[in-house]
Design a protein around this ligand. Structure first.
Ligand code: B12
Length: 117
């Protein structure tokens, strides 16, 4: 998410999701809200993953989810946040659907989402 340059955890989650069959669009690091909104509009993904480890990434995640809401796209996607700043409280504050500090567990959550279970 914007302002956060850490990407090791994001890359691990991306690799694990791809290994489970997901097609992943990696938007990189320090990603503006507008880039998420444009890509979601273009690709129409089932799931959006947001990664951040800095405490300030919590605000960036909330901004990003608010951006999806304001663009009328929030209800079309599940959103999972991950990284060291992710927690149950962070999920509640940002308005995400799930949170993770464990990429493997969250790949299983994503599989459940796309299978509709
Ligand atoms: C490596 C590192 C760096 C590297 C990053 C390299 C890179 N390419 O990512 C470098 C040296 C560049 C760096 C820079 C900085 N860092 Co740094 N960094 C770390 C460090 C040592 C490890 C982070 C990491 O990669 N962990 C390993 C990964 C695998 O864990 P993870 O991200 O949690 O990912 C796992 C899960 O959370 C999950 N996951 C992650 N993302 C996602 C996403 C989704 C969707 C899902 C489902 C799951 C998921 O899957 C992963 C595997 O299970 C931590 C300290 C620590 N020991 O944690 C500090 C740390 C995060 N950094 C910190 C700081 C302050 C900075 C700097 C601001 C330092 C500075 N003054 O310049 C800059 C940041 C600049 C910026 N704007 O981002 C602080 C953050 C403090 C805070 N709470 O805000 C920490 C905690 C160090 C500290 N104790 O002070 N850092």
């Amino acid at each position: 998410v914007h302002e956060d340059l850490h990407d090791i955890g994001k890359n691990i989650f991306k690799s694990m999701a791809e290994a489970s069959g997901f097609e992943v669009y990696d938007l990189g690091i320090d990603v503006p809200v507008s880039t998420f909104v444009e890509k979601v509009r273009e690709v129409k993904p089932e799931i959006v993953g947001l990664s951040g480890v800095l405490t300030l990434a919590i605000d960036s995640m909330k901004d990003t989810i608010d951006g999806l809401k304001n663009a009328g796209l929030r209800d079309d996607v599940k959103v999972t946040i991950g990284g060291a700043c992710a927690s149950y409280d962070t999920m509640m504050v940002t308005g995400a659907d799930a949170w993770s500090t464990n990429a493997a567990e969250t790949v299983n959550v994503c599989l459940d989402w796309v299978r509709g279970t």
